[in-house]
Design a protein around this ligand. Structure first.
Ligand code: XMP
Length: 326
């Protein structure tokens, strides 16, 4: 039996009881695979790595070490949530690495999207490898691989551009959710007691806000992406759209236009709103937002986000546009 092929007899996990059965089975399998050895896991705070972390904490407790790398391209409040949930609530061994300056310094002046992705992927491996080398006795590497990752062949963009670890850090892989689809991972996450805000979250690209701060990333424009994204998420939640729209975020392009604030001329960036629905991210349609919500977003973003004087709406389906702008 190929361990990377989902058996036809495997039931789709949709209920808490099915999730509990899966969890019990995986805990047993993880203990058999790992024994009393140590596992290292890169914990991004996304659904997949969070669920793998929670499973491993149940199975092996302190023999799991999680590394959370803050590359400066995370959404507002994300690193804080990872620390709160995993270190404080679940008692995980969690190493938090503030690598913001390293990433942003390397990215300075780099405008090409593929080059940006490459730098983010490379730097991530470097930071993670440095942390791994500081630890003794690690034999396994936990990974949040899910079934679509196995099925997916090459895409238009280098989505999975994070290369492997260097030769001296070849660990055996531990991939407890590799045969699950995303919706199943979410059900398992809820059954493990992870908060909805972590389990039900929308997809978020590995290069994070970096692909939404179009062109060469600057710290002030990146802050405009982060702050406008936080406002958008807050207003979507208030409007009851948070679980309904598949993906929604803001983009700050690298151009400015003239505006007026408090009677004074401004020359600032626009914020672009993108809200889309899709089944598989291969094709997508645009969510038709209520006009009142668009007015509220425009008002809040232009008054609360520094350096922004205009709000635009992206009306482009995929194709012709990709979901992310880079
Ligand atoms: P595109 O922009 O290609 O995006 O239409 C399709 C979906 O993939 C997400 N995405 C990424 N996910 N690493 C990821 O893990 C990436 O580099 C990446 N780029 C795009 C995107 O958010 C959308 O859901």
């Amino acid at each position: 039996m190929n361990p990377n092929v989902r058996p036809e007899t495997m039931e789709r996990i949709t209920t808490k009881a099915q999730a509990d059965a899966f969890i019990a089975e995986q805990i047993k399998a993880l203990r058999e695979q790992v024994g009393d050895k140590k596992v290292l896991l890169a914990l991004s705070g996304g659904v997949d790595s969070s669920v793998v972390a929670a499973l491993l904490i149940r199975a092996i407790g302190k023999n799991l070490t999680c590394v959370h790398v803050n590359h400066g391209l995370l959404r507002k409040g994300e690193p804080e949530q990872v620390i709160k949930v995993f270190r404080e609530e679940l008692g995980a061994n969690l190493i938090y690495v503030d690598a913001v300056d390293r990433f942003l310094d390397r990215l300075a002046g780099v405008a090409d999207p593929e080059q940006k992705r490459k730098i983010i992927g490379d730097e991530f491996i470097k930071v993670f490898a440095e942390e791994a080398r500081k630890l003794d006795g690690i034999e396994f590497l936990g990974q949040g691989t899910i079934y679509p990752d196995i099925l997916e062949s090459k895409g238009i963009k280098s989505h999975h551009n994070v290369g492997g670890l260097p030769e001296d850090l070849k660990f055996e892989l531990v991939e407890p959710v590799k045969l699950l689809y995303k919706d199943e991972v979410r059900v398992v996450g809820s059954a493990l007691g992870l908060p909805d805000s972590m389990v039900q979250r929308q997809p978020f690209p590995g290069p994070g806000l970096g692909v939404r701060c179009v062109g060469a990333i600057t710290r002030d424009r990146l802050e405009a992406v982060r702050e406008s994204d936080a406002i958008l998420r807050e207003e979507f939640a208030k409007a009851g759209l948070a679980g309904k729209v598949w993906q929604y975020f803001t983009i700050v392009p690298d151009f400015r236009s003239t505006g007026i604030t408090d009677g004074k001329r401004t020359y600032d960036w626009p914020v672009v709103i993108r809200a889309i629905n899709t089944r598989d991210a291969i094709a997508a349609t645009v969510e038709e937002l209520p006009w009142e919500l668009m007015k509220k977003l425009t008002q809040r973003i232009t008054t609360e986000v520094k350096g922004v004087n205009r709000v635009l709406m992206d009306l482009t389906p995929k194709p012709s546009g990709t979901i992310e702008w880079e």
